[in-house]
Ligand binder design. Sequence first.
Ligand SMILES: [Zn+2]
Length: 83
Amino acid sequence: MSEVIGALLEDGVEEVLGRGGREGVGSSELVEEGEVECRRCDSRARGRFWRKGHRPRTLGTPRGEVRVAVPTLECCCCAEAGR
Ligand SMILES: [Zn+2]
């Protein structure tokens, strides 16, 4: 369990620090995979969401709370946070 979460955290760090580092919010990329839904305009189409960094999130597990980095997505058409 902890190994899986550790891998997730490493992925998050790699994504933030890699790919040219932080060149501002404009360097986001289109999301081509996965199920995402905009809560404002109801868009579910692939390729209509941008990655926008990560946000910390606390998960409750039977062994206590664990902090993980969750990728943040933003809708292209109305800038509403997705997922
Ligand atoms: Zn939208």
